[in-house]
Design a protein around this ligand. Structure first.
Ligand code: F6P
Length: 329
């Protein structure tokens, strides 16, 4: 028998992925769909993020459509960064269109900070929205981890390990550029795990002369090879290599890991996180909670107001950064 809550509950919701794809997005989509059906809600998959929302492109997703996708990289819905979505008139017209065409009453968006800004606008303009953090950058301060970060760090560590083999063989310095525009977490966590000799991230100051001196000092102690990991928010690998070569006259090589960091099957940690957060987003919509985001804090799934989440500031990883420095010499 249909209870009162079911009678008033949303019956049709949409799901989209937006911004840079991240491993685990598919696991999150699967959780959204399967939990929605559990609550007798239909789910429409919106193609290519907010671009698809503007164009009113959506397809009904069945339980079968999301079968076996948990460990697939990328996103079955496609993704995009969409400039036109920043225009309020475009958004309002799209909300009306999508409500009329598909009867959508709520939306789950999976992505990073740009995606969440879109979610905030949609929520204010009449489309109840819940955000799920999906980005390799780990740059959303309200949650301990974002979906995709753990996989990206593991991918970087595997690559650093391979580069380590060759720099050790040649007695060279390897400078490796990793992703992370404003947030150095990929560089910091992968650097600690792989025993990098230097980690350069936007959150902490560093000095080129001091790095050059320490490379030369290490050499005198019998340690010729070294790995320097640089977050893209600091600069390119090449922008570090040139002055360091000049200062040390050592054999220094640059590697840019690039989009390899965004691909691949999610780790168990990411796939599990994605299932928990995707499922929770739908639980919230089913209970009438909206305009919020979900995250993980001390391994507990938590809900935050979308405005508060976007304003949150994460304390710096000062202790970890110092430890990395201590361990490197
Ligand atoms: O936000 C994720 C991210 O991978 C960043 O680390 C990187 O700066 C950016 O996306 C690259 O975006 P694109 O693939 O659009 O060039």
């Amino acid at each position: 028998m249909m209870d009162e809550r079911r009678a008033t509950q949303m019956k049709r919701i949409g799901v989209l992925t937006s911004g840079g794809d991240a491993p685990g997005m598919n696991a999150a989509i699967r959780a959204v769909v399967r939990v929605a059906y559990e609550h007798e809600m239909e789910v429409f998959g919106i193609k290519r993020g907010y671009q698809g929302f503007l164009e009113g492109k959506a397809d009904l997703l069945s339980r079968a459509d999301v079968s076996g996708i948990s460990l697939d990289g990328g996103t079955i819905l496609g993704t995009m960064r969409c400039k036109e979505f920043e225009d309020k008139a475009n958004r309002k017209a799209a909300i009306d269109r999508i409500k009329q065409a598909y009867g959508l009453e709520g939306l789950v968006v999976i992505g990073g900070d740009g995606t969440f800004q879109g979610a905030q606008a949609l929520s204010n303009e009449g489309m109840p929205t819940v955000g799920v953090p999906g980005t390799i950058d780990n740059d959303l301060a309200y949650t301990d981890f974002t979906i995709g970060f753990d996989t990206a760090v593991n991918t970087v560590v595997q690559s650093v390990s391979k580069i380590r083999d060759t720099v050790e063989s040649h007695g060279r310095i390897g400078v490796i550029e990793v992703m992370g525009r404003r947030c150095g977490d990929i560089a910091l966590f992968s650097g600690v795990a792989s025993g990098a000799e230097r980690i350069l991230i936007p959150e902490f100051a560093w000095d080129m002369n001091e790095i050059a001196q320490s490379l030369l000092r290490r050499r005198q102690l019998g340690m010729e090879a070294a790995i320097i990991i640089v977050a893209e928010g600091v600069g390119t690998a090449e922008s570090i290599v040139s002055p360091l070569r000049e200062l040390t006259k050592l054999d220094i090589r640059a590697t840019v890991l690039g989009h390899v960091q965004r691909g691949g099957s999610p780790t168990t940690t990411d796939a599990t996180l994605a299932a928990r957060l995707g499922g929770q987003a739908v639980e919230l919509l089913s209970k009438g909670q909206k305009n919020c985001v979900v995250g993980i804090v001390n391994n507990h799934v938590r809900t935050f107001d979308i405005d508060d989440a976007l304003k949150a500031k994460r304390p710096l990883h000062t202790k970890l950064y110092k430890l990395a420095h201590t361990l490197s010499v």
